[in-house]
Design a protein around this ligand. Structure first.
Ligand code: CP
Length: 338
């Protein structure tokens, strides 16, 4: 695809060469993300960071990525503090805010809302998560992480064995990740969820049509016994009508060190898009895994910065100029220590 000026709304818009392009650019962003160098390539540019749903990682990661490229960030958070609460349409919001920004990142609780917004926007829009639909930048950072983790084990993404665990009905990160894996070959996908929270059938079909093997199960131990990646997800309480309904499923699939040791192969990588629900009644990924070197959840979050820097550099067409606007840094920074 031609990235310049494009909206990034869905994983469906990419082919495998696009993914390789994003990851190559992401690799080149590492010295900047690690503060070995700074670049001012986007000096003067403004990111409109509009998060109409709670977020920690995606909002700050997009904002940090833009800052690391030298740009400035203007934010709005929460529907209740925006004019959407006064009945303003997405169309009007997009027409107005795209006049203030060079690029916009947006999260919104309704599926399809970011695409609707993008239609009216005069600048590129990046989907930071639209309801239960998609979270494309998360899937990209997830796959970037999977690729790195597998490379360190002498493997690639083709032939991957992955278990996705938890709320697969409402979990937009796993929806996007499944669509992304469809670009690869011979992937073995095990989908572990309560029956009521199963992966949408259309996505299961898409995996099968791509030639992947798909196993659907409610049994955690057998599903994590022979996989390279155990990808856990949170029960998406905000998508349920009531907390009580979400409570029915919370804590159904818990992974801790004892379970890992008993059932997983020794090098199985543990992933989670975060936030993990660490409340006692949920605790899908126990804190006792924090010292497990195969716990990749914080590497995932770190990788989000370089992947999002790559998206900005591609969409705003500055990939070849990043190094020209760079200099060394001289302040103390723990990230740079060997
Ligand atoms: N992974 C993710 O989307 O996290 P946030 O909700 O904190 O942005």
């Amino acid at each position: 695809m031609n990235f310049t000026g494009s909206h990034i709304l869905s994983i469906q818009q990419f082919d495998r060469s696009d993914i390789e392009r994003i990851f190559t650019v992401a690799d080149a962003m590492a010295p900047y993300a690690l503060r070995r160098r700074v670049t001012r390539v986007l000096e003067g540019a403004i990111l409109g960071n509009m998060f109409f749903e709670p977020s920690t990682r995606t909002r700050i990661s997009f904002g940090s990525a833009f800052n690391l490229l030298g740009g400035e960030v203007r934010e709005t958070t929460g529907i209740e503090t925006s004019a959407l609460a006064k009945g303003e349409s997405l169309y009007d919001t997009a027409r107005v805010l795209s006049g203030f920004s060079d690029v916009i990142c947006m999260r919104h609780p309704q599926s399809g809302s970011v695409a609707e917004f993008a239609e009216a926007s005069r600048v590129p829009v990046l989907n930071g998560g639209d309801g239960a639909n998609e979270h494309p930048s998360q899937a990209l950072l997830d796959l970037y992480t999977i690729r790195k983790e597998m490379e360190s084990r002498g493997r690639g993404v083709d032939g991957l064995r992955i278990a996705m665990i938890g709320d697969l009905k409402y979990g937009r990160t796993v929806h996007s990740l499944c669509k992304l894996l469809c670009l690869y070959q011979g992937v073995h996908v095990t989908l572990v969820s309560p029956r009521e929270l199963a992966m949408p059938e259309a996505i299961v079909e898409q995996l099968r049509e791509s030639g992947h093997s798909v196993t659907v199960t409610e049994d955690l131990p057998s599903s994590i016994a022979s996989v390279d990646i155990a990808y856990s997800t949170r029960i998406q309480e905000e998508r349920f009508d009531t907390k009580e309904e979400a409570d029915l499923y919370r804590g159904r699939f818990r992974l801790n060190q004892a379970i890992y040791t008993q059932y997983c192969e020794p090098n199985t990588v543990i992933m989670h898009p975060l936030p993990r629900d660490s409340r006692q009644e949920a605790n899908e990924l126990d804190n006792d895994l924090n010292q497990n070197p195969n716990l990749a959840i914080f590497r995932q979050a770190d990788n989000g910065v370089v992947v999002r820097m790559a998206l900005f550099a591609l969409v705003l067409d500055v990939v070849d100029q990043v190094d020209q606007h760079a200099r060394e840094v001289n302040w103390f920074n723990s990230l740079r220590r060997p």
